[in-house]
Design a protein around this ligand. Structure first.
Ligand SMILES: *Cc1c(COP(=O)(O)O)cnc(C)c1O
Length: 318
């Protein structure tokens, strides 16, 4: 098997991110709840995409790209962080976003405006249309370009989360569970593969905040990442544990997600977002209330960022 160090990586994130115990929430939920502070990755407003971009933008640089394309919804944290990281590396980001969600100058749209980012909207539900548009614009510009898929969720991007699990394993702490949000699948794929390789005693759970078929998507990305690493592992359906907390739909706040945002804010002084981390933490609360965790268990929640979205969507508390 290859080492993660065999892959080119641009140092963008401040690592390792801290792991902290949530004392008040542990008391409320009757188990030991810990949080991995990937909201503190140190660029933009932080978040999980920075770890993926360390690998993806290294490949872009190695290929001589001057322009970096990516996509997502109008309030994509990934698109905003790609713009921030590409600009820092002297490349030109062009975001071709689905005209879905809050397109006004709020939340991540405001941050992209502050960075003077080239943002274009396409009124389509198909990413294939958008990837074709990237090729059209790239050729028209006549400059070398690199395309990053939605969420940075391909095999190479997922290595960022294999590396994150290695980082957790290297801390010497043991966790019975590791729970993360699942929006395009790359984070959970990296986490699940990382656990298989470096923390086999930890069960990972991907909390779905979108209703795509992650039972197929996630193992697919895992296999791709395992292949890059030349890791001798079989990936089967038993490697991916999913919990659907999407509620009324992707990027539409849910009652459970909003209650989780309130619980975290009033007890720990941390702000989850309505699109990803609020719904993901609602999944952790649900599992705790169903008696999944023993009192002595250590449950680690991946706090994957998302602050930008908090200022774009109205959160109605019960
Ligand atoms: C993108 C994102 C996720 C989900 O990660 P995927 O790799 O897309 O599944 C979770 N939390 C936040 C804040 C995100 O921006």
């Amino acid at each position: 098997m290859k080492s993660l160090n065999d892959f080119a990586r641009v140092p963008l994130a401040i690592l390792p991110t801290p792991i902290q115990k949530l004392e008040n929430i542990s008391r409320i939920l009757g188990t030991n709840v810990w949080i991995k502070r990937d909201d503190m990755t140190g660029i933009g407003l932080g978040g999980n995409k920075v770890r993926k971009l360390e690998f993806l933008l290294a490949e872009a640089k190695a290929q001589g790209a001057e322009v970096v394309f990516t996509t997502g919804g109008a309030q994509s944290n990934h698109a905003m962080l790609t713009a921030a990281c590409a600009k820092k590396l002297g490349m030109t980001p062009i975001l071709i976003l689905k005209k879905r969600g809050v397109t006004e100058r709020k939340g991540n749209q405001l941050l992209e405006y502050l960075m003077d980012t080239d943002v274009r909207f396409m009124d389509t539900d198909s990413y294939d249309d958008i990837y074709a548009e990237m090729d059209r614009v790239g050729k028209e510009l006549g400059r070398p370009y690199y395309k990053i898929p939605c969420g940075g969720s391909n095999a190479l991007g997922a290595l960022g989360y294999v590396a994150c699990v290695k980082e957790i394993a290297d801390s010497g702490m043991h966790f019975d569970y590791l729970i993360c949000a699942e929006g395009s699948g790359g984070t959970h794929a990296g986490v699940a593969l990382g656990a298989k390789l470096f923390m086999p005693g930890t069960r990972t759970v991907g909390v779905m905040v979108d209703s795509d078929p992650f039972d197929v998507i996630t193992p697919g990305i895992m296999r791709g990442a395992a292949e890059l690493l030349q890791a001798d592992v079989e990936i089967g359906p038993g490697d991916v544990h999913l919990l659907n907390m999407c509620g009324p739909g992707y990027a539409i706040p849910s009652k459970e997600g909003n209650a989780a945002i309130r619980m975290m804010a009033e007890n720990e002084g941390l702000f989850l977002d309505p699109v990803y981390t609020g719904k993901a933490f609602a999944g952790l609360i649900k599992l705790a209330r169903e008696g999944t965790f023993r009192p002595e268990d250590n449950v680690l929640f991946l706090y994957s960022g998302g602050a930008g979205g908090l200022f774009a969507v109205d959160v109605e508390l019960p």
